[in-house]
Design a protein around this ligand. Sequence first.
Ligand code: ATP
Ligand code: MG
Length: 427
Amino acid sequence: MAKAIQAIRGMNDCLPSETNVWQMVEAVLRRVASNYGFAEIRMPIVESTALFKRSIGEVTDIVEKEMYSFDDRNGDSLTLRPEGTASCVRAGNQHGLLYNQEQRLWYMGPMFRHERPQKGRYRQFHQFGLEAFGIATPDIDAEVILLTYRLWRELGINEFVTLELNSLGSNEERANYRDALVEFLTAREELLDEDSKRRMHTNPLRVLDSKNPQVQEALVGAPKLSDYFGEESQQHFDSLCARLDAAGVKYVLNDRLVRGLDYYNRTVFEWVTTSLGAQGTVCAGGRYDGLVEQLGGKATPAFGFALGIERLVLMLTELDKVTNVRAQVDAYVVILGDDAQITANALAEQWRDQVPNIRLQCHCGGGNMKKQLKRADKSGAQIALILGDNEIVEQQVMVKYLRGQQEQQNLAFEQIPSLLTALIEDF
Ligand code: ATP
Ligand code: MG
């Protein structure tokens, strides 16, 4: 037997038993995004490597060690996108969507990072991202964070996530702070790990983001970025906090929160959970007023976030919050006898015309009642519609309830559409 070829490590199949949860999550994401006036944008999965180097930053985990980059047949360096914001800005610039206008956009799809695969961390994973362009005021920061909060409520996980909030100030404020931080870190250099020592010179704020507990220890007493804020940055942040307070959204201020990508300024936030072990960040984002210009557009303020769909699906599954997920099949047509064989498909077509949203599966391949009912049960259907030659003569269907205690009953053909409609009224 030939050796079977396996999927690439860290790149997962999503099997039919899981896709219904994914579809439920995706439907909530889509609906809530459009409820807030955001429109979908779809970008290519492959972009020029330069796009990510220039936006995410050369001295970041993603660009230093996680990108899937390759030379194509023309010798151009291409990269499987590790995130969506850079592509979204590139597309916005390229099509003139950003200059002097407001855009509220969302996207969803696979991202690629060469990381060590573990629970909640994969090499191909899926993000839902959302970006608002053209608005400099903190009202949009609040609006987008409120949108994320609504997502958790809709998915039933709001009690299991915490909002962490910080401000990175303006570029100038951050530059002043950087000097003070480098001075502090230099005095403690022997306590830092290799990564942090290197970053201390290339990108010192990233040291604050280190996941090494020893480095975090060494940072106790470090100067605070907020001490370097001017009035505008302080006001922006205070106004955001006031809006969240007014809307009843709780948050934790975390002055170590700097995010792993270089393009952020002012507001940054993460929704974290303790339900997923080490991979605790479900959703992360913030303001990136400099990026559009940095990628060749006209200066345009922007605010956005991305969330990891795998981590949401994991959370929902582990917290047993997978509810109201519709089975692949609502009703299963059992067909017995020659006359029934001939007419069953035509009848099913009528019911599908009358109840367009019904998931109706006709048994194919013959077999006795027992075999067909077994299939019906396995399909997840709530009812079996049994058609034998007698039923065809009487113009009726025997309805067998596959879940719960309800007695089977005979219904006339014309009663079937309202039965099917009632079956799916919750979906
Ligand atoms: P982490 O700190 O977990 O590495 P990150 O800061 O690299 O996350 P972002 O680039 O902000 O993550 O991506 C936003 C979200 O995408 C994360 O909060 C997470 O939910 C998800 N995510 C990021 N990397 C992965 C991955 N390798 N596998 C699965 N989900 C991921
Ligand atoms: Mg990461």
